[in-house]
Design a protein around this ligand. Structure first.
Ligand code: SAH
Length: 218
């Protein structure tokens, strides 16, 4: 059983990380405040306590990664999260990104396609802290029709295309933040669903994610 301890040292490292994110161009202080409140080292193996506060992605189990803090901040900022927003996340992974959204007061529905990673959510340390965070085992390409429509959709894996069912599950005026494949890298896009059901697209920087795969595993 690991020891979940958030020491002054961890808090200090975290504060420094927030300064690094500001220097890299993150301006939304509500995003930084949420990230500053969450002990990112709880989401990695305890051997990597220090590395948790470096601005880098890191392997978790099942060949997956916890996104780089800058990437989490960047996607969250683009999503323009408001308290009580109903948000669908594709790619639960380490649960870090979902926790940031829950800490911001959103109602979060997160889907993971790998059974082993989904099973880990059962022992999520912040389960009682965030009753507004719900876990699902499934294929993100299908979304969660039962819980639709959503104010926001965030995809945390490299999508080969914009999944049409996820656009269907977005409210009018809703937004999706999605890294879309362009060969080796992905272009971060923000899709807005208009009142008439059409969509508008804004393009941002390039990133590198693990692939969004079809179907469930395990
Ligand atoms: N948001 C995560 C990032 C995890 S990496 C975090 O904060 O740690 C991307 C995750 O997406 C992986 O766990 C991968 O298994 C998952 N994934 C890939 N394709 C998927 C799909 N079609 N549906 C649901 N999850 C998917």
């Amino acid at each position: 059983m690991r020891n979940y301890q958030d020491s002054y040292r961890h808090k200090g490292l975290r504060k420094k990380l927030m300064d690094i994110l500001r220097e890299k161009g993150i301006t939304d202080e509500t995003v930084l405040a949420a990230m500053n409140n969450i002990p990112r080292h709880f989401f990695l193996d305890s051997a990597f306590d220090e590395i948790a506060y470096e601005d880098r992605a890191f392997p978790i189990s099942e060949g997956q990664t916890i996104s780089q803090p800058y990437t989490v901040a960047y996607q969250t900022q683009l999503l323009q999260v408001k308290p009580l927003d109903k948000i669908l996340e594709i790619g639960t992974g380490s649960i870090y990104q979902a926790t940031v959204l829950a800490e911001m007061g959103a109602k979060v529905f997160t889907i993971e396609r790998q059974k082993a990673l989904f099973e880990k959510t059962r022992t999520y340390i912040f389960k009682s802290t965030y009753p507004n965070l719900k876990f699902f085992f499934g294929d993100g390409y299908e979304g969660l029709p039962t819980f639709a429509p959503f104010d926001k959709v965030i995809i945390t894996a490299a999508a080969p295309f914009i999944p049409p069912k996820l656009i269907d599950q977005l409210k009018a005026g809703g937004k999706m933040v999605i890294p879309v494949d362009e060969g080796e890298h992905q272009r971060m896009l923000r899709i807005t669903k208009n009142a008439d059901g059409s969509t508008s697209e804004e393009a941002f920087d390039n990133f590198s994610f693990v692939p969004m795969l079809k179907g469930k595993q395990g």
